[in-house]
Design a protein around this ligand. Structure first.
Ligand code: 9WO
Length: 254
């Protein structure tokens, strides 16, 4: 079982998240366990203080070392084999589908979700193993990033997805963007489903989807193709589509 301990001043956010969809089912099936720790429960004073003014002045509060250190220690006590402590912040290394396995190595992650202006640097120095970021933007706190980590790792666990479909079929797993999807009706407000998808020709459908994924990636995220070794068949699919007038249709930027 994969374990997550989330240290957060707003555990109710994580409770709601853990109560729906794939993550909920993974909890019910015993594939994952999510432990919530509120730094307020580890505060030393009667006011249950968890933040204070910043040394050096300026507006905004900083999360204090002791409540966080004691919350991390509490998570450690439930983990005989040890934990890997992660702070979610814009200063961290950027998480991506290819970097997820680095977190997957650790069966018990402690995810620290900061609030305010962040946490006292001495906690990061002494208690944090790694800092990870979702990308170059600032949130109001680390909870959404913690949920993103749990979600992305959980759906990769064998048996977590409802059907027998593999998570490997999803966007990114082959280094390409996803192909377009369609469902009923066949025509909606004059918009038709591509005929090949109605043909029943499974080989032709697979080829079309691969081609769509290649063209989309080429047009929207050419950076992803740089590190992607395309087979001769993929090259041919891409070249054929790009040479057609309107090839790849509305993905065209120019
Ligand atoms: C607040 C702030 C206020 C004035 C000037 C600069 C500032 N930076 C921050 C800040 O980074 N606050 C963080 C809020 C403190 C740590 C938790 N917070 C957080 C995590 N915001 N965004 C993230 C995050 C985490 C992972 N991936 C993307 C964003």
């Amino acid at each position: 079982m994969r374990r997550f301990s989330v240290i957060t001043l707003f555990p109710e956010l994580l409770t709601a998240f853990a109560g729906v969809g794939i993550v909920r089912r993974a909890c019910e099936r015993g594939l994952i366990d999510i432990q919530l720790l509120n730094p307020r429960d580890f505060a030393a004073d009667a006011r249950r203080s968890v933040d204070d003014n910043a040394y050096g002045g300026g507006p905004g509060m900083v999360m204090m070392v002791q409540p966080l250190r004691r919350a991390i220690a509490a998570a450690r006590r439930t983990a005989p084999a040890g934990v890997h402590v992660v702070y979610l912040s814009p200063q961290g290394r950027t998480l991506s589908q290819p970097t997820l396995p680095l977190l997957e190595r650790h069966p018990h992650l402690v995810l620290l979700a900061g609030r305010y202006e962040g946490v006292d640097e001495r906690l990061i120095e002494q208690d944090i193993d790694e800092e990870w970021s979702l990308g170059d933007f600032v949130l109001s706190g680390g909870e959404i990033a913690a949920m993103a980590v749990i979600d992305a790792l959980t759906r990769r666990l064998p048996g977590a997805l409802g059907d027998e479909r593999s998570a490997l079929a999803d966007s990114f797993e082959h280094g390409l963007l996803d192909f377009p999807h369609y469902t009923r009706p066949e025509i909606v407000d004059g918009q038709e489903v591509p005929a090949v998808l109605l043909s029943g020709n499974h080989a032709a459908i697979a080829l079309w989807r691969r081609q769509q994924a290649l063209v989309r990636t080429w047009r929207r995220r050419p950076d992803l193709l740089v590190n992607c070794v395309l087979s001769a068949a993929d090259r041919a699919l891409l070249d054929k589509c790009l040479s057609e007038p309107q090839g790849g249709s509305k993905d065209a930027q120019s």
